[in-house]
Design a protein around this ligand. Sequence first.
Ligand SMILES: Nc1ncnc2c1ncn2[C@@H]1O[C@H](COP(=O)(O)OP(=O)(O)O)[C@@H](O)[C@H]1O
Ligand SMILES: [Mg+2]
Length: 529
Amino acid sequence: MSERATRDRIGLLRAALALTQERDVEKLLGRIMDEVTRVLDADRSTLFLYDSERRELFSKIAQRAEVTEIRLPIGRGLAGHVAKTGTAMAVDDVYDDPRFTPETDRSTGYRTKTVACAPLLTPDGRTVGVLEVMNKREGVFDPDDVKLLTAFAAFSAVAIENARLYDEDARKSMQIQALNRQLKDALERQTKRLANVEQELESSKRELGERFQARNIVGRAPAMVELQRLVDRVAGTDAPVLIQGESGTGKELLAKAIHFGSRRAAGEFVAENCAAVAETLLEAELFGHKKGAFTGADRDRQGLFEIASGGTLFLDEVGDMSLEMQKKLLRALQEGEIRPVGARDNRKVDVRILAATNKDLDVMMKEGTFREDLYYRLNVVRLRLPALRERREDIPILVEFFLDQIAKESGRPRATVSDRAMKALVRHGWPGNVRELQNEIRRAAIMADGLIDPEHLSPQVLGSAGADGMPTGGTLKGAKLALERKMIEAALKRTGGNVAAAARELGVHRPQLSVLIGKHKLARKGEEA
Ligand SMILES: Nc1ncnc2c1ncn2[C@@H]1O[C@H](COP(=O)(O)OP(=O)(O)O)[C@@H](O)[C@H]1O
Ligand SMILES: [Mg+2]
């Protein structure tokens, strides 16, 4: 082997070794240019990369900051020609070669004479660019130089591909790391948020619990004191409780006190008014339904039994349930399982049942309108809430309680009640019980602006107060009729002619009020007197 050939090979091997160690693509390209310039004893080199999208070569000139990027379409210029043919070549004087583009010299200010050029070919035959050396220090680039450049370009192409892959890998793994970090941050944020929400939920449940504790059931009447004691006692058990009492006496309040005092306080308290829902819907409400079980069931829906599982289900107006529904309820209670409407399987539920009614279930049972077996299931413990008129001594403390409540809710100064107004309140019959009293106080507090006087109370409260409006003569029947007419008139006026609302206020059923309105020839909403 000639001395030159040996020198070439050693130079090439050293360069190859240096290149395989460079992982950074940009640095590698600079390295290739340095090495190829040295190995081929040239003055300069240019490395073109192939932009497959634009089908163009563009020069990597990191090595020479003063030179702007050169872009050559495939086939144009010497490098473009080499890229197109895929074969290396040498030119002794570029200005004699028609393929040379003198613009490049003009734009760089460099004077090119001799050139050797080889494609950067990967082993699988893809051209990733072109390597060009310029101006051999002595003489021209000979065929050995072209061979040497071809070999150099070949392993440069591999080195570039490797570095790119490595780079991409690194970028990907960096991206993955960044993504992981983001994910972790997001997860931490969510976890924190969740913890906050849980805490809020916990404290609002505690608040709710406090609001419904037995001690918040206002009442000093012996019957109420006894009830509060019983609430504490039954709260500690899972026994079904039947709560009886007129509308507005506090049945739901009592049920909540039991729930929040029990080990089920962390579970849901779910109330369902059995009288307010049509029978067919009640079953779906309580047990849930599958999508398509009936017209309008456009999706699966969980029933209240499942929602209340782990907690308490309060069945209000349970005496208004149809016999068919009573049967289904009984089965659910006996088996501790429910079956959603349209479902084929049963589901276990763990629910404590509290039931309420203002009807006399004993009578209904004897009449056959309430199932005996269900009655005994619901009626393990029975609590009876007295009507407000049976415990008038509680009226003043309830009034004070509601005034506190209103002040707290509205943030306005707490109103007080004059003695005369309080007398009227205590004397009234309260057919709507505590709810009616609560509404009355709310209304009066708005009207009164500080001190509640009799004039701020509604006519029916005053009406039955006697003292002032006492008729001085006439028959009892006439007085009764006059009072009846006066009260209905006032109620209709207050409710804006809404018969249903007036009936509720007066404690009568709507049809009954309609009859009375007709009797007294009073005007309804939208009618002339
Ligand atoms: N003893 C009581 N102490 C305080 N508030 C009461 C009392 N009883 C009833 N209330 C209030 O009166 C309203 C009606 O009570 P609720 O439990 O809904 O009656 P019911 O279910 O018997 O119709 C509710 O706002 C309730 O908080
Ligand atoms: Mg109620």
